[in-house]
Ligand binder design. Structure first.
Ligand code: NAD
Length: 289
């Protein structure tokens, strides 16, 4: 079996995969590969799949499969696996890090001190306790966020198109969530339904000064509408780990809009998660016939 590791995995993985065959990280050898390991960087498009005539298995280390042409892979008889359970805690902790940093003015506190300023009087904080967190999607990651939010004394509500009841949160309609939430955290995959779901119309239904955290997918938000809402103060802060493209285009308006808190798509990049993904990849290969 020839295995191509196309994106960044834990450094121990190549050695662990040697029991299954020859392992390379040279992308020019895609034509020989029977198995390709990807994260979010490699795009398994129709052209990519056509360049790999020996491909039998694509393993996406992570959750979202929007970088794989699933239909074309199926047509070519290629099996596609992801590692959905491995990343939940890693992404939830990053979402919560964003949630905590905003009311605690962590980044402004740090930046002003770096500039030699003492902004003790200006940096008024607020608390998460007693506030309402609205989760869009109540899947694996959102449920981990819900646990952490409850530990901080937040009321947790959620909307999920496919889930009516959950122990993790009080379920409600999308509109009700938008009306009630002080903080919104986004946890859906990118689909035809979720693309652009946060837009001028949906933002108008939110509370004034709402905070939105997005560790789901960048394209679930209409960027220009978010920029407008940030400028008017309707949205107090937009914290995002996910972008229209990785990395965002130089002229992405979010990069230069105040009150955007940014991370470079590192939700799944914890050391522990990369080890868990490696374990799952080994299990998938053991069971692959
Ligand atoms: P999951 O499948 O467990 O949960 C997704 C939930 O979204 C499901 O409950 C589903 O019913 C719900 N959903 C689907 N369409 C919806 C819609 N139109 N409206 C409302 N809810 C909808 O997945 P998960 O493991 O929780 O991951 C969620 C998403 O997080 C992934 O699809 C991916 O886009 C993103 N993610 C980001 C990172 C990162 O690095 N930032 C890492 C992993 C995953």
């Amino acid at each position: 079996m020839k295995i191509l590791i196309s994106d960044a995995f834990d450094p121990s993985l190549p050695e662990r995969l040697k029991e299954f065959g020859e392992v390379t990280d040279d992308p020019s050898r895609v034509g020989e590969a029977n198995v390709v390991l990807i994260r979010s960087k490699t795009k398994c498009t129709r052209e990519y799949i056509d360049s790999a005539p020996n491909l039998k298995l694509i393993i996406r280390g992570g959750v979202g499969l929007d970088n794989v042409d699933l239909e074309y892979a199926a047509e070519k008889g290629i099996t596609v696996h992801n590692t959905p359970a491995a990343s939940s805690v890693a992404v939830a902790e990053l979402a919560f890090a964003h949630l905590l940093a905003i009311p605690n003015r962590l980044i402004e506190g740090h930046n002003t001190m770096k500039k030699g300023e003492w902004a003790k009087k200006q940096l008024k904080r607020t608390e998460l306790m007693g506030k309402t967190l609205g989760l869009i999607g109540i899947g694996r990651i959102a449920q981990e966020v819900a646990k952490r939010a409850k530990a901080f004394g937040m009321t947790v509500i959620a909307y999920d198109k496919y889930v009516e009841k959950s122990d993790a949160a009080e379920m409600m309609s999308f509109d009700d969530l938008l009306k009630q939430a002080d903080y919104i955290s986004m946890h859906t995959p990118l689909t035809v339904d979720t693309k652009g779901m946060i837009n001028k119309k949906t933002i108008a239904k939110m509370k004034d000064g709402v905070v939105i955290v997005n560790t789901g997918r960048g394209k679930c938000v209409v960027e220009e509408d978010m920029v407008e809402a940030l400028k008017s103060g309707k949205v107090a802060t937009y914290a995002t780990d996910v972008w229209f493209s990785d990395p965002p285009a130089e002229d992405c308006p979010l990069l230069t809009t105040p009150n955007v808190q940014m991370t470079p798509h590192i939700g799944a990049s914890s050391k522990e998660n990369l080890l868990r993904i490696g374990d799952t990849v080994v299990d998938i290969l053991k069971n692959f016939k």
